[in-house]
Structures are given as C-alpha cells and as structure tokens.
Design a protein around this ligand. Structure first.
Ligand code: ADP
Ligand code: MG
Length: 507
C-alpha cells in the first residue's frame, strides 16, 4: 500500500509537541500560562507608554483544575483581531525588529491549546481599545486541524467608564500546589525588572500587591531595519521582491539596511569590486547568494542601531532591586550597546548585598532577558558560565555571603536556547559584556565593603584612642593654654582622617 501524505497544521504541531513551548506537565503549564499572559500584558502597556497595572487571579477548582486570569490596562485588541490573536498559531503584531517580550506569535495560543485539550474550555477574552465605545467579550477555541479560530460566543457591551485593556481567562488542568512557589518567584522577579508596574495578585495561599516604585518608563523601542551582518539569502530575496523595478543596488542597500550610509555603501562596493549600478530585480539567484555572503563578511558596516532596544537603565534597575530584595547595598551597570551577528544587544548587571538577602554558599542569580524573568535551565545559561569565572575573594566576598547578582540581556534577537525562552546561549559577545558588567559592579561592591571595614576600624580606634586623647589634650591645654575640648576634637578628627585615608588604596 502506498503512504498517505498530508500537511500538519502549526496548531497540530504544537498540540503534539507542547513541551517545547513549556507546557510539559500540569505544574509547568500553570507557570507558563501566567507567564505568557503577563508578558503580553506588559508588552501591551509599557511599549505604548502606559504605566502597567496588572491583576493576576488564580482559582484552584480542585481535581487538578486551575482557572487563571490576567487583566491589564493596555492598548486592548481590536475586536476584529481577537479571534486570530487567540485562535491561530503564528499570528501576532511583534514580527518586527524591535525589542519585545513576545517574538513568535505563539505564547498565548499554547495556553489556549493546552486549556482546550485538558478541559475542553475556550479562552474568555474581554477587551477594549483606547477610546472604544464598546467592550467586547469573546469566547474563542482553536480548530487545531485548520489552525483557525472558532468563535464560541461574542457579547458587545457599552464602555460606560472608558476602560481600555484586556482580560484573558483560561481553565486548564494544572497543579497549583506545586506551581505556586515558581509563580510567586516569577511575579517577584517581574516586580524587580518592572518597578514602574503595579502588580496585584489574588491566588489561593497568597494575595499581594506590588506597588510601582517609579512612574518612569524605560525608553520605547523604535522599529528598525535588519543589519547587513545578519542577512541570509531568503531575507535578501524577500526584500528584493518588495523593491521597485528601477531600484539600483546602491540605493537598495542604503534604504533597506541598518548601518549603511552612502560612504559605507561605496566602500562595500569598492572592497568587493561589485557594480553598484545593477538593478536589484535583475539579480540572479547565484548573484543574490554572493551578495548575501559578502554582506555578512564585510567588516566596515556601522554598528546596528540600538534605538530598537529598551534597556531598563541603571536608575530603574536599582529601584527594582531595592524594592523587592531590600539589600543594604546595590549597584547597577548598563553596558554600552553592542552586537552579535548583526543583532544589537545591551547587557545590564546589578549586584545587591546584605540587608534582607540571606547568606548563601554561592551568589543568588536572577536572570532576565528582554525584561522576562528566566527561572528554569539556570545551569546552561551564559550568566551561570560567567559567574563560574569570578573569584569572589578578590572582591572581598567570602561565602556564605548575602549576595545577589542580576543580569539582563536585551536584544531584538535574544539568543535563547529553545522556544521556551528560559536560558540565554553563550554567544561570546554577550558573555564578555556580562562579564565586564559584573566585574564593574563587583569592584564597586569591594570599594563599599572596604569603606565599611574602615568605618568599623575608625570606631574601634575612637574607643581605644579616646582614653589617651583626653589625657594628652589635657596636658597640651595646660602647656599651650588652648581650649581642652577643642584640642580633643581636633586630635580625634586627625586620627579618623588617617584611618579613612587607607580607604583610597583599595579603589
Ligand atoms: P507574541 O506575544 O509572541 O506576539 P502571542 O500569541 O502571545 O504572541 O500574542 C499574539 C498577539 O496578540 C500579540 O502580538 C499582540 O498583538 C496580541 N496580544 C496578546 N495579548 C494581548 C494583550 N493583553 N493586550 C494587547 N494585545 C495582546
Ligand atoms: Mg506573547
């Protein structure tokens, strides 16, 4: 008998392989669902200049059934888009060159798929865009075979109080008891990296509210163009297809790529002896291939622009760490923009010490990528590798020690290991930036610790020395006629200055 062939729809593929997107079991599914919904809510607010207020509700329905809802005050979703957004795998608004949490147009659909296959329930969505006169309430299921949404119900209500935002509710097979620690940790870490967000959680066993500690939002990322170092033949073909018949190669490069001005373009053509006056539409496939290769290897493109990125900044990072970890010392470094394979990235590192942080045998590592907390797969993350290279003794740290390390990688293409987005790969450029940031923070911590040591020493000296100072100044006063109290305070100040001067040697 001959084989029968058919195509697998994207929904069906992910339905069968849900573990690769983080939905491997009822514990992980709860965590992953909350994560996908919160990420979408944060994207829908902060990327549009709105201060996020996010409400997370979890109900444990018993018998391994959990209902999760997340509501935001974001830009909302146009009613026509709702069915596709929730019911069609690979449908989204973030397929552009700009930093965002979402990238694949997949996350929320995985949660919808998982809910549907474990409880048979559709996703419930309430949404209104800004200034919308109506609020829309949808129930949407996914037709897995066709990768198409099925609208189960739609209600349209008057938007009496001018609300805008989105509320998504899902019921699924889930293990709340085992998931709750991770979920709590995820929310705590989200509060560190988004100190401008108010997060309200109402769940069995814990309810809390993280009040925003800042009303300053990080810079909104701007959509950019691909960098020539990152092109391949397919991308080049696609851009050529969208070009006019009359476009010359020279203008084509300048118009469509980041980091190419007229001078750079001229240098490129001169270096390879290419003809800039060819029409792009006339290029044959082997010429396109040749062009792509040359664009990748040419060394003199300008660096990719970083306006597509949205780092948190040192001030906000310090605020977030302070608000959540309550350390006695914190410092942060936002490294200058860098790039790998044509993708711009920025690394931020913070170091927190003492206060409410408990002493541990190794530093507590808190990893973030594009403002997403990463909780799983710590062992294979590039930050873990960098930490392994640091000899903390040179920074005056002896373990056990109350030390927390925060790393944040932001990029238009974070080199994640896998679509579950839990670990950053050890790309050399990223690794070296993390290391520089971490060492800078560690040097500052060492300075701080040395200063503390000196202060401690001064106190000890003061106590021992004050006994003698009294006697000495009393005799001096007798001999010179200068006021006793004045002599005493001058002497003490002199000694203190000497001890403190030792401080400088450590910086
Ligand atoms: P991704 O986040 O990777 O784009 P998702 O499947 O999670 O993929 O979401 C698909 C799209 O739905 C998003 O790109 C966004 O346009 C829209 N969306 C999802 N959730 C929200 C929300 N809470 N508010 C506004 N838009 C949303
Ligand atoms: Mg998403």
């Amino acid at each position: 008998m001959s084989e029968r062939y058919r195509q697998l729809s994207p929904s069906e593929f992910f339905y069968r392989n849900r573990e690769i997107a983080g939905f491997s079991n009822p514990v992980r599914a709860v965590y992953q669902t909350i994560r996908e919904l919160v990420e979408n809510s944060l994207d829908a607010t902060e990327m549009h200049g709105l201060l996020p207020e996010i409400k997370i509700e979890v109900r444990d329905e018993g018998e391994e059934k959990v209902t999760i809802s997340v509501e935001d005050n974001g830009v909302g979703i146009s009613p026509l888009e709702v069915p596709n957004v929730f019911g069609r795998v690979f449908y989204g608004s973030k397929y552009v060159l700009r930093q965002s949490r979402g990238v694949f147009g997949l996350g929320v659909k995985m949660a919808v798929l998982y809910a549907q296959m474990t409880t048979g329930q559709p996703v419930k969505v309430r949404t209104a865009t800004r200034r919308s006169k109506f609020v829309y309430e949808y129930q949407v299921a996914i037709n897995i075979e066709k990768n198409m949404p099925t609208i189960k119900s739609l209600a349209i209500m008057k938007n009496e109080d001018g609300w805008h935002g989105t509320r998504v509710e899902l019921s699924m097979k889930g293990n709340w008891i085992q998931a709750k620690k991770r979920v709590e940790e995820y929310i705590r870490r989200t509060a560190i990296i988004a100190p401008y967000a108010t997060i309200i959680v109402d769940a069995p066993d814990f309810s809390f509210r993280f009040e925003r500690s800042s009303t300053k939002l990080p810079p909104t990322p701007i959509t950019g163009k691909p960098h020539p170092h990152g092109v391949d033949i397919e991308l080049l073909k696609k851009i050529i297809e969208g070009s006019k018949k009359t476009t010359y190669l020279f203008d084509f490069l300048i118009k469509n790529f980041d980091g190419v001005g007229p001078a750079t373009a001229k240098k490129f053509f001169d270096t390879f002896g290419l003809n800039p006056d060819l029409k792009v539409k006339d290029l044959k496939i082997d010429e396109i291939e040749d062009l792509a290769n040359k664009m990748q290897v040419f060394d003199d493109w300008r660096r990719p622009k970083h306006t597509t990125l949205s780092p948190l900044g040192e001030e906000l990072l310090v605020k977030g760490v302070k608000a959540v970890l309550n350390p006695s010392f914190v410092t942060a470094v936002s490294r200058p923009p860098s790039s790998y394979a044509g993708h711009p990235f920025i690394v931020e590192v913070a170091l927190a010490y003492g206060g409410s942080i408990s002493p541990m045998d190794e530093p507590m590592l808190l990893r973030f990528a594009n403002r997403i907390p990463l909780l799983y797969d710590e062992g294979v993350d590039v930050s873990t590798k960098v930490l392994g290279k640091i000899d903390w003794k040179t920074y005056k740290i002896d373990f056990p020690s109350p030390l927390a390390v925060v790393t944040h990688v932001c990029s238009t293409k974070v080199p994640f290991k896998g679509v579950g987005k839990e670990a950053v790969a050890d790309v050399p450029e990223v690794e070296s930036e993390i290391e520089s940031g971490l060492r800078e923070c560690a040097r500052r911590l060492r300075t701080h610790l040395s200063r503390l040591e000196r202060l401690f020493e001064v106190k000890r000296w003061e106590i021992t020395v004050s006994k003698y100072v009294d006697e000495v100044s009393s005799s001096l006063s007798y001999v010179t006629g200068v006021d006793h109290g004045l002599l005493q305070s001058k002497l003490l100040a002199l000694i203190k200055a000497r001890v403190m001067a030792g401080d400088r040697n450590d910086e």
